[in-house]
Design a protein around this ligand. Structure first.
Ligand SMILES: NC(=O)c1ccc[n+]([C@@H]2O[C@H](COP(=O)([O-])OP(=O)(O)OC[C@H]3O[C@@H](n4cnc5c(N)ncnc54)[C@H](O)[C@@H]3O)[C@@H](O)[C@H]2O)c1
Length: 297
């Protein structure tokens, strides 16, 4: 949940301790540029924190769900937090709302959220899928100047709300890409899988470099200057360093506050020799594993 130009933002969390800290001006995570932005908007009365969901959403036009989706034992995302809040929202919304899913969720979640709200809702609403592509360490910049904004909705009304919300951040011509809900959900998984594949590929190249006494940084620069591959993302994760991995554009792990959780990056690194060893008939099974690694980004 974030400050959006020209909007009042009320953030709701069940963690009272976190809410108290935030209300007293303490930022609970570190991201370059975040504290300044946070304090300015708090001082100017546009940013509030509370544990009271019903009160917070009373006048909200757009409700953004940024709830945890921890991986279950089989690696699939656990939707209990999202569906729990969707259930609550159905009971308390009293006028049209756009309810935006920003968590990373499996394809079909928008439908489930819609059904959970609909069970009790007495007013119209739309559920929108709006996946997040921020990179750890440059999240504020990525939000202010996104490469693109992906919005999944088939409702014209919701589309207009979302367009107004993001308009200030796409003035430099970076696109808002509208699509249906499922395509938006899949875009996030596909992007994560693609970036994970690139990291796996560069790991393979780094291994080869070690064996052949070649310089992986030079190889990376050599292939990265090809526009079809992209300088920013052709990076090796071979050093097993979170920092280097983050440079690749694949957000390895979450913010500092979640560093005890197993990170995607670690799981990506545990995939053995994906591109080099696999035979075509094994690809589907392996592809499933790559997708699983992307679940919690
Ligand atoms: N952190 C990132 O950089 C990033 C980037 C892209 C996508 N995502 C996705 O965004 C989602 C949230 O990630 P995060 O890193 O912010 O998670 P997080 O666990 O750090 O924060 C989630 C917050 O939700 C609160 N919460 C839990 N249940 C609640 C409820 N019923 N009502 C209100 N608040 C509740 C928790 O107390 C916690 O403060 C996940 O799906 C994640 O995969 C995160």
């Amino acid at each position: 949940m974030k400050k959006i130009q020209g909007n009042d933002v009320i953030c709701v969390d069940i963690d009272k301790n976190k809410v108290d800290k935030l209300n007293s001006g303490q930022v609970t995570i570190f991201e370059p540029g975040l504290e300044k932005l946070f304090l300015r908007n708090q001082k100017e009365g546009r940013l509030h924190f509370t544990t009271a969901l019903a009160e917070a959403i009373k006048d909200a036009k757009v409700i953004i769900l940024a709830l945890p989706t921890p991986p279950g034992e089989d690696g699939s995302a656990d939707l209990k937090y999202i569906l729990g809040v969707a259930d609550d929202l159905g009971k308390i919304i009293s006028e049209y709302k756009v309810i935006v899913d920003k968590s990373t969720v499996p394809v079909g979640t928008a439908e489930k959220v819609h059904a959970a709200i609909l069970k009790n809702a007495k007013v119209p609403f739309d559920v929108v899928s709006n996946p997040e592509f921020l990179r750890e360490g440059v999240a504020v910049d990525d939000f202010m100047k996104p490469d693109r904004v992906v919005i999944g909705t088939t409702s014209d009304k919701a589309k207009k709300f979302m367009n107004d919300l993001y308009a200030p951040f796409v003035r430099q011509g970076n696109p808002i890409i509208f699509m249906d809900e499922k395509s938006a959900e899949l875009t996030k998984y596909a992007a994560n899988s693609f970036l994970a594949t690139k990291i796996t590929f560069m790991n393979e190249i780094a291994q080869l470099c070690e064996r052949l006494n070649a310089d992986v940084d030079m190889v990376r620069r050599g292939i990265g200057s090809d526009e079809r591959m992209g300088r920013r993302r052709a990076c090796s994760a071979w050093t097993a360093s979170r920092d280097r991995c983050a440079q690749s554009g694949y957000g390895c792990g979450n913010r500092a506050r979640t560093n005890t959780r197993q990170t995607d990056c670690a799981r990506v690194r545990s995939i053995p020799a994906l591109l080099r060893e696999e035979r075509p008939h094994q690809d589907d099974r392996r592809y499933d594993r790559v997708v699983t690694t992307a679940h919690h980004q």
